[in-house]
Design a protein around this ligand. Structure first.
Ligand SMILES: NC(=O)c1ccc[n+]([C@@H]2O[C@H](COP(=O)([O-])OP(=O)(O)OC[C@H]3O[C@@H](n4cnc5c(N)ncnc54)[C@H](O)[C@@H]3O)[C@@H](O)[C@H]2O)c1
Length: 374
């Protein structure tokens, strides 16, 4: 267990998806299969101290899982607490801008779930507040922090696929349950921000700054049934500033997937190898130098860490991973990613995709970056 003085306190705002983080930080989990460790906490440098939601029933549900915290329906009351070093935001997309600025102005560091923001106005004001207050922010891009994607990244950084030449990412999911649970998703945001934020962030992670996008959109039968405002089927081609290319795809009205495909997949094509990471089956496939396929399947070894032995698709492991990573970066004064400016750049990428899908024409990012002050 880490020295108490080296732990940062986390206050969570929005206790639906945010409840997952409270549980992930507080529960003691069994050792990883094959590793000679004792029961451990997932994030030794961070501890949950407070939770806030407007709805008392959400507070009661969180309190049942994590009883000994400070809970409130008032965000100001949580922001006033000296034991909260990091505010972790899981409110609906359209409130992220306001909630981040208030946290920065209260002197807190911030973790904000994806999407960081979903309008040019919020991009500008969040960037301005970050620069003015000097507070730090990590975008909670959960996919980057899932086991298979972490293994794929480590292999890429070791040079195992040689020069990266093409990146192909998707996130697909049937979303009728989400419209029923979170009606704000129907008309206050866009699937480019909600779902496509995952594959677009993955493209940005590997290709660096993106210069131009060309996107097309369509509406599924399911989207029409729920009167969803935005396209819920999207394909995107991107060109990076260094000339490399990639593509992203999303479909949020599909039926169900055959088991050969996963909800999120990232395929890397390199000069010396290829690799594929999958969520949520937790598989990582890659090719050996002679072309033989190697399959790493970590689901049974790591399911208690990532899924808390619940159904596939909860985010305990990823949320704890990024919180621990951010807390350590803050405590040790190290760089980390995706930080505020990269997050705003990815917002601009999403905005360009939205505009391109609306017009059917390619969109360059530079004018949009100027518009938000980057
Ligand atoms: N993989 C991921 O990282 C992932 C997964 C799912 C959702 N998300 C993101 O998390 C966010 C929340 O999604 P969700 O599915 O939990 O939505 P939700 O609608 O189920 O929950 C949002 C919660 O925020 C609360 N809330 C709203 N305004 C508030 C305020 N001003 N103060 C305090 N509480 C407030 C609501 O009462 C509600 O309980 C969204 O931005 C979504 O895109 C991320």
């Amino acid at each position: 267990m880490a020295d108490q003085l080296r732990q940062l306190g986390v206050g969570v705002l929005g206790l639906h998806e945010g409840r997952t983080l409270l549980v992930a930080l507080n529960h003691i989990i069994p050792p990883v299969v094959g590793e000679p460790t004792e029961y451990v906490t997932r994030a030794p440098h961070a501890r949950a101290v407070a939770g806030c939601d407007l709805r008392p029933e959400k507070i009661e549900a969180a309190r049942r899982d994590v009883p000994d915290l400070f809970y409130t329906t008032s965000y100001d009351e949580m922001l006033a607490r000296p034991d909260v070093d990091i505010v972790a935001i899981y409110t609906p997309d359209q409130y992220h801008g306001e909630h981040i600025v208030r946290a920065f102005e209260a002197g807190k560091h911030v973790i904000c779930t994806k999407p960081l923001v979903n309008s040019p106005e919020d991009a500008r004001r969040v960037l301005e507040a970050g620069r003015r207050t000097g507070r730090k922010l990590l975008v909670g891009q959960s996919t980057r922090f899932f086991e298979s994607f972490q293994r794929q990244r480590a292999a890429y950084e070791r040079g195992e696929i040689g020069e990266l030449e093409l990146v192909d990412a998707h996130y697909v999911h049937r979303m009728d349950w989400f419209y029923a649970k979170s009606p704000w998703a129907i008309d206050t945001t866009d699937w480019v921000f909600l779902g496509l934020s995952h594959p677009l962030d993955l493209l940005r992670w590997y290709l660096g700054p993106i210069e131009e996008v060309h996107a097309f959109g369509a509406r599924s039968a399911l989207a029409r049934r729920y009167n969803v405002r935005s396209y819920d089927i999207l394909t995107v081609n991107v060109r990076a500033a260094d000339g490399r290319i990639g593509r992203a795809m999303g479909n949020y009205g599909l039926h169900e997937l055959p088991s050969a495909r996963n909800a999120i997949e990232l395929m890397l094509y390199g000069s010396e190898g290829t690799s594929l990471a999958q969520y949520h089956d937790m598989r990582y496939f890659h090719t050996a130098p002679d072309g033989t396929e190697i399959k790493e399947d970590m689901l049974y070894a790591r399911r208690s860490y990532y899924f808390n032995n619940e159904v596939h698709g909860m985010h305990y492991g990823e949320f704890a991973n990024y919180t621990e990573y951010f807390a350590r970066a803050l405590l040790e004064g190290r760089d980390y990613s995706p930080a505020l400016e990269e997050g705003i750049e990815t917002y601009v990428l999403m905005e360009a995709v939205k505009r391109s899908a609306a017009s059917g024409k390619p969109v360059a990012l530079r004018p949009l970056l100027d518009e938000v002050g980057l």
